[in-house]
Design a protein around this ligand. Structure first.
Ligand code: SAH
Length: 466
């Protein structure tokens, strides 16, 4: 498979400095699945083109593989599109051969590496699930001019129609680093297949290469979902973290208290585990109309909107500022009308009866009760359990027993300055069981995060159902 990258920035031969590959030479690198070659078919002041040729060794691939996957026929290991079509192997090869350029570094031309220059990429055979429409949805929001031609299935038999392969040309003023990152993430997304094992570290890879631009990409959910091979849990984690990673949000910097809590908990990435556990519990309940009470900056709402089973989510918080940040992070103003109808943000308090909370299947109250004065817990119980009275209620709160395991937390301190209390497992279970009995619910408890033999999990969750 081959990719050609050209520029008309003058002197065009500076492309060699940006890619760390001298245009006067040929370069070859061994890869686990073949060999990659870098050659420059043209290198003048006005125009310079670098061709990146990845020569896949199909026999070597078979030798290193665990056999055909599920529904593949046995010869498919030998007879396939891998040698010529631009697949996830291209991403792996780009990251390996152009790692310095993808990191945005250039020893000889550091300023140019930071500059947007006219770039053009041509990819003669790109497998594209969803065809040209998906190609455009992926690259046009990033500012590329996209040209695509569908390749016939077999040129000798025009009546057979078109194949799933496109010949693609992308053009735009871009930093070389950004363009390489876009290709690295989006080529396997377009193919919608990955030819290697996708593990938990794929989320890290996606955020490392896409963190700067994916958060505001209108197709971020499709991208995360396909990149993570449709693994729902990994996708939810990635999307949740993209919302978190809105690094250009100045308000986020001001949220020092929340940041402090995150620093305490970060070694576990507890926040993501909590979001995944809560959204899994919500999905398992079958709820369609969901309340997020004390929604804060809308992290859970962002995840819930990726679940097709959820029709409507209402986030409520006492803090207007948090709701403003949530609206911005969720990109409410640029949502499609259909998506926009699914979500509402309202200001309100959980300790005053509120008719707007009536008629929901489920209420999630994630890391909120510990912010209420203990004397207000009875009002909270009446407002949420007796009046709003949803079918299911999910509550999470820190497990005080676990605090001893946080190395950065001085003994005897709570995790967040605004926490009015933190409960041991016994205290939480006793309170929750009392509420369930009084209000006619059943309650089950689940740990969130790695469970320590002695002190239990870092976060505790109660799921009430009636
Ligand atoms: N659920 C979110 C936010 C947790 S922080 C998350 O998991 O990220 C606690 C949130 O509860 C804050 O946003 C705070 O404004 C809100 N809150 C505190 N007391 C409240 C009350 N009485 N009514 C509604 N929201 C409240």
């Amino acid at each position: 498979m081959i990719l050609t990258l050209s520029t008309t920035h003058r002197p065009a031969t500076d492309l060699g400095y940006l890619l760390h590959k001298n245009p006067d030479h040929c370069h070859s690198s061994d890869l686990p699945f073949g060999t990659a070659h870098v050659v420059y078919p043209e290198a003048t002041e006005d125009r310079c083109s670098m061709s990146f040729l990845v020569d896949i060794d199909p026999v070597g691939l078979v030798r290193n593989s665990r056999g055909p996957r599920g529904n593949e026929f046995s010869l498919s290991q030998y007879v396939n599109d891998r040698p010529f079509a631009t697949s996830s192997f291209m991403s792996v090869a780009l990251a390996k051969v152009f790692s310095t350029a993808m990191g945005g570094r250039s020893k000889e031309r550091p300023e140019l590496a930071e500059q947007e220059i006219p770039l053009e990429v041509s990819l003669p055979v790109v497998p594209a699930r969803g065809g040209e429409a998906v190609l455009r949805r992926l690259f046009e929001p990033l500012g590329y001019d996209v040209q695509a031609t569908a390749l016939p299935l077999d040129a000798s038999f025009p009546t057979w129609g078109e194949s799933r392969y496109l010949s693609v040309r992308l053009q735009g003023d871009k930093k070389v680093k950004d363009l390489l990152e876009h290709l690295y993430v989006l080529l396997p997304v377009l193919d919608d297949d990955k030819h290697y094992w996708v593990g938990n570290d794929e989320v890290e890879k996606l955020l490392r290469r896409g963190g700067a631009w994916l958060g505001t990409h209108p197709e971020r959910e499709l991208i995360a979902n396909r990149y993570l091979r449709h693994d729902a849990t990994l996708t939810r984690e990635a999307v949740a973290r993209l919302h978190e990673d809105d690094a250009d949000d100045p308000e986020q910097v001001a949220e020092t208290q929340d940041a402090e809590e995150e620093v305490v908990e970060r070694p576990l990435s507890l926040n993501q585990q909590r979001l995944a556990a809560v959204s899994d519990a919500i999905a398992a309940s079958g709820a369609r109309r969901v309340l997020d009470l004390g929604c804060g900056q809308g992290k859970l709402i962002g995840v819930l909107l990726t679940l097709p089973s959820i029709d409507h989510v209402v986030g409520i918080d006492v803090s207007y500022r948090s709701l403003e940040i949530a609206a911005r992070r969720l990109h409410l103003d640029t949502m499609t009308p259909r998506q926009r109808e699914r979500v509402e943000l309202l200001q309100g308090s959980l300790t005053y009866r509120d008719r707007r909370l009536d008629g929901f299947d489920l209420a999630a109250i994630v890391e909120v009760i510990e912010h209420l004065d203990q004397s207000r817990l009875d009002s909270f119980e009446r407002v949420v359990f007796a009046h709003a009275h949803p079918t299911h209620i999910v509550i999470t709160t820190p497990n005080l027993d676990y605090n001893a395991r946080f190395e950065t937390l001085p003994a005897g301190t709570l995790r967040h300055r605004d926490h009015r209390f933190e409960w041991t497992r016994a205290e939480f279970e006793s309170w929750a069981t009392g509420v369930a009995t009084r209000q006619g619910y059943e309650v089950r408890f689940s740990p969130i995060g790695a469970v320590d033999d002695e002190v239990g999990p870092p976060t505790q969750m109660a799921v009430f159902s009636r």
